[in-house]
Every structure is written in structure tokens, then in C-alpha cells.
Design a protein around this ligand. Structure first.
Ligand code: GDP
Length: 446
């Protein structure tokens, strides 16, 4: 589904990874090409721009990793950024909230987007993969053919549909579906709402009313992936009016340019949960951002190579640091490393949990108030110190303190707190150093 984009990016990175050394200009040129490729794939301009900016920034600041080329490292950064743009902070966007019994799922979208087909595909999936008892109901009172279509699909996949009662309104059908699902013990019921050719007031009002009756656990917007940025606009509109919990992109089997998939999350903040990959009732796939990123980039080998090299580098760094601690060395650079490490590992608690025998120091750390915001401020303070000061914090007398605090836009009192924490931690590190190879080193370095 991303053939063209994949080919274009492949060309850019093939050239890049073959070069031994990269200048900043090389990276810039490559990223310009990446941006053009994204725009040609119909990714929205702000998303494409933010994307290349983020990559540029990370590529400039990246630690040099042994045994991989800079080009390979850039590929990994692009890969990670693709995952980020596709997934946000949610590694598993395809998971559905179907924790109530029965759990209502509202299917919304424009006519022709593939809504009815997708409703059946999803019902089949929930039945077969999740072992749920599923009921489907069509609310398309304007188009009897659409109701028939859902009934036929239901028959085909062996999923029950709510019997059609002529003359009922969409809200009445929704109420009946809820009642039936509750009484007959269905786990999930899917409401296939009416579509229009374009968004109109009547459609939105009707969907709102149905939403208020059903109180859905998931409201899934079905949009045609071939329509590119229009799909993203449709999602924005539906989200503003109805509030959607996720998106299903259909026709991703076609030769669309894939831009909708890449812009959707960044523009609407809503995850793509599934993609439709054909007309058949099993042509529905859960959306896996990392797999999709892999498919777009087509450079899985390089990505895992860089990952391994990074792991090795981190292990080496940890070992080097432990050696310093054992000698009782713990300066501001060490503290900065530690603080950065903590941010990566989800705060101090995550770190403490990994170290045996650390429980007794927990109070000290809590007293220092180490949450993420504080960590960022502390790092900023250290960054405002000179090299000499970092290596040798004893140098910090009043005038230096003033300069450092001002440089970081903070009060001297905050710097004093940091210095106190540094002393406490240096003390702690010394004690841990005495515990020696028996405890810490094995646990961290191994
Ligand atoms: P609705 O009006 O939104 O309910 O749309 P339908 O479910 O009736 O689908 C419209 C057409 O799109 C039908 O011919 C479907 O078979 C087709 N369709 C739906 N999903 C996909 C998909 O993921 N890929 C392809 N190629 N066709 C699809």
C-alpha cells in the first residue's frame, strides 16, 4: 500500500547508507528528498515538515554508535519517527475497548467509504479472533438496500443481525439493538449508521442522537484511504461533531499514495485502528505502526542492526559509569547522564525498581522530588554549567551559581537543591561502589 513512497525512500537511503561519512549537508539533502517523497504521497505539508525537522534534530544530536554507518543511523531515526507519527505514544492502537457487556461500537462515515463492509469484517474478526458473541444492526433507514446488504453479509459470516422493522427511525433501531443485545447476552453490538455522500447537518444530527442513545465504547470512523488528505479532513469533521475514538482506513489494498495513513494521527490525534485491504470479509488488518513503518522503509535489517549496536553502546556506557562510581567518582556529567537515563526509564521509580537493595534510599530520592518536569529543569541547570564546573562541582561559589541559575532561567535556590541532591547521590554511589561487583555491576552490566 505504500509502494511508491517506499521506493522513493529506498532510493534516498540506499545512497545515504553507502556513504562512509555524512556531513550535515548530506543529511539535509536527503531529508529534503524525504519531504518531497512524503508530499508526493499526499502527506499533509505540516506533518511532512515536522517529520523532517524532528529527524534532522535527532540526527544532529545522535550519539555515534560503533559498527554502524551514520547513514544506517539516520535510517533508524527515520524509522522511529515514522512509528511515532503513526502511533503517537500508543504502541497498540488497534486494541478495542469492549469491556462492558454488551459493548456498543458505533460505525460512522460517508456513504461508499466501505462502512457496511467494514462493520461485517469487524464483526467476523471479533467473533473468530476474540471469541465474542456479536450482533450487528443497520441504521440506514433511507436505503433499504444497505440494510439488506448487512443482513446478507451477516448470513455469509455467521453473525446475527437485528431483524429489520420497517418504518423505525435510526434512534429507535439503536434502542432496539441495545435491548436485544442486553437481553440475548451479546458481548458486542455494532451499529452501522447511515452514510451520506458528503457531510451534512442532517447526517451529523442523526449520528449524534444515536450516539447519545447507545453511549458507545468505540466510535469508529470508516474512511476511504484512497482519498488522501480528504480522508483526514473527514476525520477532523466527524471528530469535532461526534467525537471518534479511532479510524478504519479502507481500500489500502489499492494504489493510493498512503498519505492519509501518515497524516491521520498527527492531524486528528486519533489512532488508525484497522486498515481494509480488499472487498472480502476477512480483508481487515489490525494497524501495527511499527510493522507499517517497516513496510514503508523496507529496511528492517538496518533498523535491527542499529538497535543492536545501540544496546551494546548503552551496556558499555553503563559499565564505564559503574567503574567510576566504584572509585567514588560522581560529577555533574555523571549526574546529568543519570537524570537523562531516568527520563528514559520512566522516572526514578523505574530505576530504583531495577536495582536490588535500593529500597532504603527511596526516601532520599522522594525528598528530592524527582519527577519528569523536575528532571528536565535539573538537566537544564547542568547544561548551563561550564565543562570545568561539571567536572568539578566544588568550584561553584556564589557568583558562578548566579550565572548558572540565570542561564537556565531559574533561581539559585533551585540550583542549591540540585547541588544538595548531587552530594546525596555521590554519597549513595560511593556506598553502592563498596557493595562492589557482588551486587550492582552484575545487575547493570550483564
Ligand atoms: P458504505 O456505503 O460505506 O457502507 O460502503 P460499502 O461497505 O457498501 O462498500 C462500498 C464498496 O467498497 C463495496 O464494493 C466494497 O466491497 C468496497 N470496499 C470496502 N472496503 C474495501 C477495501 O478495504 N478494499 C477494497 N478494494 N474495496 C473495499
Amino acid at each position: 500500500m505504500f509502494e511508491n513512497l517506499s521506493e522513493r525512500l529506498g532510493g534516498v537511503f540506499d545512497r545515504l547508507t553507502k556513504q562512509g561519512a555524512l556531513s550535515e549537508d548530506d543529511v539535509k539533502t536527503a531529508l529534503r528528498e524525504v519531504r518531497v517523497a512524503l508530499l508526493e504521497a499526499d502527506v499533509s505539508l505540516p506533518v511532512a515538515r515536522d517529520f523532517t525537522k524532528a529527524v534532522q534534530k535527532k540526527a544532529t544530536g545522535a550519539a555515534v554508535t560503533k559498527s554502524v554507518t551514520p547513514g544506517q543511523q539516520v535510517v533508524k531515526i527515520v524509522h522511529d519517527e515514522l512509528v511515532q507519527v503513526l502511533a503517537g505514544d500508543d504502541p497498540n492502537p488497534g486494541a478495542l475497548k469492549i469491556d462492558t457487556i454488551p459493548a456498543p461500537i458505533l460505525m460512522v462515515g460517508l456513504q461508499g467509504s466501505g462502512k457496511t463492509t467494514t462493520t461485517a469484517k469487524l464483526a467476523k474478526r471479533l467473533t473468530e479472533k476474540n471469541g465474542k458473541r456479536v450482533l450487528m444492526a443497520s441504521l440506514d433507514t433511507n436505503r433499504p438496500a444497505a440494510m439488506e446488504q448487512l443482513a446478507i453479509l451477516g448470513n455469509q459470516i455467521g453473525v446475527d443481525t437485528l431483524p429489520i422493522v420497517k418504518g423505525e427511525s435510526a434512534v429507535q433501531i439503536a434502542k432496539r439493538a441495545k435491548q436485544q443485545a442486553t437481553l440475548a447476552g451479546y458481548d458486542v453490538y455494532l451499529l452501522d449508521t447511515a452514510g451520506r455522500l458528503s457531510i451534512d447537518e442532517e447526517l451529523m444530527t442523526q449520528v449524534e442522537q444515536v450516539r447519545d442513545v447507545a453511549n458507545p465504547r468505540e466510535t469508529l470512523l470508516v474512511v476511504d484511504g484512497l482519498t488522501g488528505q480528504d480522508a483526514v479532513h473527514t476525520a477532523e469533521n466527524f471528530d469535532q461533531r461526534i467525537g471518534i475514538s479511532g479510524v478504519v482506513l479502507t481500500r489500502m489494498d489499492g494504489d493510493g499514495r498512503g498519505g492519509a495513513a501518515l497524516s491521520m494521527r498527527a492531524v486528528t490525534g486519533k489512532p488508525i485502528k484497522f486498515v481494509g485491504l480488499g472487498e472480502k470479509v476477512d480483508a481487515l488488518e489490525e494497524f501495527h505502526p511499527s510493522r507499517v513503518a517497516g513496510r514503508i522503509l523496507g529496511m528492517g535489517d538496518i533498523v535491527s542492526l542499529v538497535e543492536k549496536a545501540q544496546e551494546t553502546l548503552e551496556a558499555e556506557q553503563a559499565e564505564r559509569m559503574m567503574k567510576r562510581f566504584q572509585k567514588g567518582q560522581f560529577n555533574m556529567n555523571d549526574l546529568k547522564n543519570q537524570l537523562e537515563q531516568m527520563m528514559k526509564m520512566g522516572g526514578m521509580e523505574g530505576v530504583m525498581g531495577m536495582m536490588p537493595g535500593m529500597g532504603k534510599y527511596k526516601k532520599q530520592v522522594d525528598a528530592a522530588g524527582l519527577d519528569d518536569k523536575v528532571l528536565k529543569r535539573q538537566i537544564a541547570l547542568i547544561q548551563s554549567m561550564t565543562k570545568k564546573e561539571r567536572a568539578n562541582p566544588q568550584l561553584l561559589q556564589a557568583s558562578r551559581k548566579k550565572r548558572i541559575a540565570a542561564g537556565a532561567g531559574m533561581e539559585v535556590s533551585e540550583l542549591n537543591k540540585l547541588l544538595k541532591m548531587h552530594r546525596q547521590m555521590a554519597d549513595m554511589m560511593k556506598k553502592m561502589g563498596k557493595m562492589g561487583k557482588k551486587g550492582m555491576l552484575k545487575n547493570l552490566g550483564g
